[in-house]
Design a protein around this ligand. Structure first.
Ligand code: ADP
Ligand code: MG
Length: 254
């Protein structure tokens, strides 16, 4: 198969030009970074699992009417998506205190929050993704108030739906990060969910034991990192049949 033109290499994925205009191929790597890329490593099989988990969750979200960039999975490590104009924000939703919220505000990790809290971060590696407010976002034109309204509505629906879906398989959705983009179609613009939803950008705890099944295992050197990601896929009923060992590059499944 002719190799596609690479457009961007990020920390966890590579973007290639898609087969048709307006499409992209997202390639999921095993590379892992944490603490603004100060910590680097590899999680064997992560790319395969994240590709599958993100496909599954985007599909389920699509079924309840959440517009997403997802078109279809191409192989073990690649998925075809619609190219969007990425809004340079990381939208974080929190249901339970953890991570920076616990540290910054002195709230004990694991405390159930009185309600779901949305936070915004400006997506800029050089600035280490600083937290920003709606004021910054609209003043600097990263998104309009109308865009933000759409983003918040979509984010809350995603949170409610994923919270239920994951609780059904014994997982607490502690917090997660979303990215949105603008999709232009026949002179109309729609905000759609983009990027990925995976244990790289969600905190997922076993609902009974509180055991972590996400990137915190890597951040905090807890060990059994791949096993955590694998367990999420297993519970969702989507563990790749061929196993998580790298399939020596993309393997067309259709
Ligand atoms: P980063 O290191 O910037 O987080 P990743 O390794 O996550 O990068 O690679 C994915 C990149 O592609 C991100 O910068 C993300 O914003 C961008 N992206 C995700 N989905 C789309 C899309 N549908 N269209 C255009 N860009 C996208
Ligand atoms: Mg990313």
């Amino acid at each position: 198969m002719a190799r596609r033109r690479q457009l961007y290499e990020g920390k966890a994925k590579i973007l290639f030009e898609g087969p048709e205009p307006g499409t992209l191929v997202q390639y999921f790597k095993d590379d892992a970074t944490a603490f603004n890329a100060q910590k680097k490593g590899t999680i064997t099989g992560k790319g395969v699992l994240n590709n599958r988990i993100s496909e599954y969750l985007m599909q389920r979200l699509g079924e309840i009417g959440i517009p997403t960039h997802f078109i279809r999975r191409l192989n073990m490590r690649e998925q075809l998506v619609r190219e969007v104009e990425i809004i340079p924000l990381e939208i974080v939703v929190r249901n339970v205190a953890a991570g920076s919220l616990a540290t910054r505000l002195g709230i004990q990790e694991g405390t159930r929050l009185p309600r779901s809290i949305i936070e915004y971060y400006y997506k800029n590696d050089a600035l280490q993704d600083p937290m920003v407010s709606e004021e910054h976002i609209t003043a600097f034109g990263w998104a309009s108030t109308h865009d933000l309204d759409d983003i918040v509505q979509l984010t809350l629906r995603v949170n409610d739906f994923l919270t239920g879906l994951l609780l059904g398989v014994g997982i607490t959705l502690v917090d997660f990060k979303l990215e949105f983009g603008r999709l232009y179609e026949n002179d109309e613009m729609r905000i759609v969910l983009a990027d990925e939803i995976s244990p790289d950008n969600c905190r997922l705890w076993d609902a009974k034991t509180g055991e972590k099944m996400d990137k915190d295992r890597f951040r905090r050197d807890l060990g059994k990192v791949e096993e955590g990601y694998q367990e999420v896929a297993r519970r969702l009923g989507i563990l790749p049949e061929a196993g998580v060992r790298d399939m020596k590059g993309p393997e067309v499944m259709q």
